[in-house]
Structure formats: structure tokens, C-alpha cells
Design a protein around this ligand. Structure first.
Ligand SMILES: NC(=O)c1ccc[n+]([C@@H]2O[C@H](COP(=O)([O-])OP(=O)(O)OC[C@H]3O[C@@H](n4cnc5c(N)ncnc54)[C@H](O)[C@@H]3O)[C@@H](O)[C@H]2O)c1
Length: 355
């Protein structure tokens, strides 16, 4: 097992990364306090709720809520249901929420923890690759509003994060690959050594070999922890984590959120951003090919679909919230392992969208 300490303005918390962690009572015991509410979804509970039994059996006052799975349930109504359970449990300020699931469960349970009695403890137990390397670390919590994703939320840091890599073995192939795109992102924007390691172990990673998974999740969390420690509220370097996301969001919107997982769209977006970086002469020739080859070996699509309409994509990119004064601000690569926020002229962006 590996442990990363994440520092933030109000203190620090550990992220445990390893195998067999859900069943390890010693870890949970260290962080549990007061009455306990377990929040999970139907898919995850079916596989993993039992593994918490040894720990939970020793706790007198506890409840659980199993929500339907999926982004469409990341709503104010689900958040309200979690709050109702906390009231039923007669939870006090010292209560703990255990969030067992992917990013959807983590974001909702985290937001309930942020808002109930102005803040109680949450322990994140992420079960998707995306949640382990991204969503569970950093303290962003929230739910969707019909008018926008993550429109309602709060910053609320967890008391601990327990990333049990065994859970990744039951993850759907597409969800797994989508998580790998975010793993590659850390190497591409700030860690050339990690990128080289990913290149060397791509086949093991695609096959979910446990020791490769430990290293990939550990290095990703370490990178995310360094970024959020330096910029907790997204004033500066945290923006680099959006590499590939402006193109990716436009593609997700263009395909009405029906065709791509978020990470799949980000993979295509990262390659487009790298191509643009090269086109503008910002990074060495061959950088985007290196990135594309790695993503392909991990099983990800890297090209825009044949029906993609460059002008519509460009218009969607203009709506991105990072933009200032009508320029489209993108994260571009200066090299593998180095990125910066750059305002880009629409005509240049169009060049890479039409190719
Ligand atoms: N808070 C943040 O900083 C942050 C960062 C990135 C993404 N997010 C959010 O995360 C969400 C996406 O997270 P996600 O990709 O984990 O989606 P998810 O939570 O919907 O999980 C994907 C699917 O996998 C299932 N699942 C989860 N773990 C499983 C396992 N171990 N085995 C089998 N099935 C399993 C889930 O039930 C679900 O059907 C989005 O809502 C996004 O906004 C938040």
C-alpha cells in the first residue's frame, strides 16, 4: 500500500492506494467517527458493500443509502435523499459519510457532507479509475442542475481517501479506458518521467495488471495532490488539469452527451490540443504523435468522428468558461510534461478541427 498526504488550506488528509483496502478494518477504524452513513449506488453496492461489513459491524449507529447508478441521478433530489438519511440517523456534527462508488456518488455524498450541519466528515472510497485519480481528490463536490453540469456545489475536503485497486477489475471496459485518459493527462501536462513510464507499461495497464495499476494511480494522485495543494480554489495552475477538456466538452455537447464517456472525449481533445501546439510552433514536432500513440495503445480513440462539424465545434468552444474577451483560452503543450494556458485565435483552432 502507498500513502500520499494531500495538503490544503485547512490541513491535510491521506490517500491510501493499494489492493484489498476495503476489507482492511485498521484503515477505516483510524478515520471513522460518530454515526456513519454509507452512500453507494446499485452497481457498486452489489459488488463491494459486503467488504465493509467487518468494519461496519462494530458501529452501533449506522445507515446506508443505495442510489440508482448514473449521471442522470446526480441531482438535487438525490442529494436531498442523502440529507434525509442523515436526519433519520440523527447524525450530529461528528458523523461520517462513507462514499463508496464512482465520481457521481463521491460528488453527491461529498456535497451532502459539505452542507449537512455546515459540514461533516466524508471518507471517499472511489471505485472507478476516474474517481481514484481525479474526482475523489481535491475537494470539489456537487450535483447537476437541469441547466448545467455541476452547477450546484461546494469545496469540501475529505477526511481520507481509500482507493482499493481491486475494485477496478469489475469496471466496464469503456469506463476503465476513459479513466486512463485522465492518467495520461497528468504525464502530458506536468510529469515527463511518468509519461515515459506509461509508454513503457501501456500494455500492462490496458490489461489491468495490478502492480501497473498501483503505480499509475499513485503517480496520478501525487500529481493531482501537488496541483491542488498549490491552487486549491482554481486560481492558477489547477486550470492545467483542463488539458484537452475544451475540445472534449465541445465534442460531448456536439454529440449530446450520448456517444462518448467524458474521458474518451478528453483523449480526442488532448490530441487536438497537442496538434494545435505543434501547429503554432510551441512544442517539438512529433509531440502529438507520441501522445496519440500512447492513447491508442491504451485502447482510446484519438480522432474526431467523421460527422464532426468544425464550425459547430468552434462555436461550442467559444462558450467555455475559461474564455476572456472573446479569445478562446486553451491548455497547450510546450513539450511532453509541460503545459500552459494560452489564448488562441479561432482560425488556428479551426485548422486542427478540419484536418
Ligand atoms: N469532483 C471532481 O473533482 C470531479 C472530477 C472529475 C469528474 N467528476 C465527476 O465524476 C463523475 C463521473 O465519474 P465516474 O466516471 O466514476 O462515473 P460513475 O460514478 O457514474 O461510474 C460509472 C459507472 O460505473 C459503475 N461503477 C462504479 N464503480 C464500479 C466498479 N468498481 N465496478 C463496476 N461498476 C462500477 C457505476 O455504477 C456507474 O454505472 C461526473 O459526474 C463528473 O462530474 C468530479
Amino acid at each position: 500500500m502507498k500513502v500520499i498526504q494531500v495538503r490544503h488550506a485547512g490541513g491535510e488528509y491521506p490517500v491510501y492506494v493499494g489492493q484489498g483496502l476495503l476489507g482492511m478494518t485498521s484503515i477505516l477504524d483510524r478515520h471513522l467517527e460518530g454515526r456513519v452513513l454509507v452512500v453507494s449506488d446499485q452497481n457498486v453496492a452489489k459488488h463491494y458493500l459486503d467488504r465493509l461489513r467487518p468494519t461496519l459491524s462494530r458501529i452501533q449507529h449506522k445507515r446506508k443509502i443505495i442510489l440508482p447508478a448514473g449521471e442522470e441521478y446526480k441531482t438535487v433530489a438525490s442529494w436531498q435523499r442523502i440529507l434525509d438519511e442523515l436526519v433519520e440517523l440523527k447524525a450530529q456534527r461528528d458523523a461520517t459519510i462513507l462514499a463508496l462508488g464512482g465520481g457521481v456518488v463521491g460528488d453527491m455524498a461529498g456535497f451532502a457532507a459539505a452542507s449537512y450541519m455546515r459540514g461533516i466528515r466524508v471518507i471517499q472510497m472511489p471505485t472507478t479509475l476516474l474517481a481514484q485519480v481525479d474526482a475523489a481528490v481535491g475537494g470539489k463536490t456537487g450535483v447537476n442542475h437541469p441547466q448545467g453540469k455541476n452547477l450546484i456545489g461546494a469545496f469540501h475536503q475529505p477526511a481520507a481517501v481509500i482507493a482499493d485497486l481491486d475494485t477496478l477489475q469489475t469496471l466496464d471496459e469503456r469506463d476503465y479506458r476513459a479513466g486512463l485518459a485522465e492518467v495520461v493527462k497528468y504525464g502530458a501536462i506536468r510529469d515527463p518521467g511518468f509519461f515515459a513510464w506509461l509508454d513503457a507499461r501501456a500494455d500492462a495497464l490496458a490489461a489491468r495488471v495490478p502492480d501497473a495499476l498501483v503505480e499509475a494511480v499513485y503517480q496520478s494522485v501525487r500529481n493531482k495532490a501537488e496541483v491542488v495543494a498549490a491552487d486549491e480554489k482554481e486560481a492558477g495552475q489547477r486550470a492545467l488539469l483542463n488539458f484537452g477538456h475544451t475540445f472534449g466538452h465541445a465534442l460531448e455537447t456536439f454529440t449530446a452527451y450520448q456517444r462518448y464517456r467524458h474521458g474518451e472525449a478528453v483523449a480526442i481533445g488532448m490530441v487536438l490540443a497537442a496538434r494545435l501546439s505543434e501547429f503554432l510552433g510551441r512544442c517539438p514536432t512529433g509531440t502529438s504523435d507520441r501522445l496519440e500513440r500512447l492513447l491508442q495503445r491504451l485502447g482510446l480513440d484519438t480522432r474526431l468522428p467523421a460527422d464532426a462539424d468544425p464550425d459547430r465545434l468552434l462555436n461550442l468552444m467559444r462558450l467555455d468558461k475559461k474564455n476572456r474577451a472573446d479569445q478562446i483560452r486553451l491548455i497547450l503543450l510546450d513539450d511532453i510534461g509541460q503545459a500552459s494556458v494560452t489564448p488562441c485565435p479561432a482560425d488556428d483552432i479551426r485548422e486542427v478541427l478540419v484536418k
